[in-house]
Design a protein around this ligand. Structure first.
Ligand code: GLN
Length: 198
């Protein structure tokens, strides 16, 4: 299988490494960077963290945003982490800035609040219970993380931290507000790759 990682900014290398670790356990494949429409010939896509406004604007300028949305709507598995989760949500608000429109993929029945945890705690680590995906309690890092405030329709919460949703899924769309690529465990990538047809 061929896994594409959106490579405008954020942790391409770390995501690629996690995917390769999972390949060592289950299946085989390659990881490729995605920047242009021609790079979309992949079996699954990961949208990493970074700044969702920048990622959205660059994707739009590169002509990738609409074809990417189309691919996701056709059913390609996609995982968005942090800013990637923002990109995939239908409703985005900002904890500080009001009514700031930004280009989105906007396919998941989820409402997400950018920069939810505020400046003074831009980054923190927390133990997340992954029982829903048959994982254990794992430590993850949250970097200027958003919060999934609501899911509806076909989307459902997979993990929460202090009553705030930190991981959600809608069919083949998976989002996390934390960074599973910056973790010792590969459980989240493994769960995602199991969705990808071989
Ligand atoms: N705060 C960023 C945003 O709003 C997300 C942070 C991250 O991806 N680490 O896009």
């Amino acid at each position: 299988m061929k896994i594409g990682v959106l490579a405008y900014q954020g942790s391409f290398e770390e995501h690629a490494l996690q995917v390769k670790r999972v390949f060592d356990k289950i299946g085989k494949g390659e990881v490729v960077p995605v920047k242009k429409t021609k790079d979309l010939d992949v079996d699954a896509i990961i949208i990493p963290g970074g700044e969702s406004t920048t990622i959205g604007q660059v994707a739009q300028r590169m002509g990738l945003l609409d074809p990417l949305r189309e691919k996701v709507m056709q059913g390609i598995p996609v995982m968005g982490t942090c800013a990637g989760a923002i990109m995939l949500s239908k409703e985005v608000t900002d904890a500080k800035v009001k009514n700031k429109a930004q280009p989105l993929i906007g396919v998941m029945d989820a409402s997400i609040i950018r920069n939810y945890y505020g400046r003074q705690r831009e980054s923190f680590e927390a133990i997340v219970d992954l029982e829903e995906i048959e994982g254990g309690r794992e430590r993850f890092v949250f970097i200027r993380a958003p919060a999934i405030s609501r899911v509806w329709g076909k989307a459902k919460a997979l993990a929460s931290l202090n009553d705030v949703i930190v991981m959600a899924q809608q069919d083949q769309i998976l989002t996390t507000t934390f960074h599973p690529e910056l973790s010792g465990t590969t459980i989240v990538h493994e769960y995602f790759l199991k969705m990808v047809k071989r």
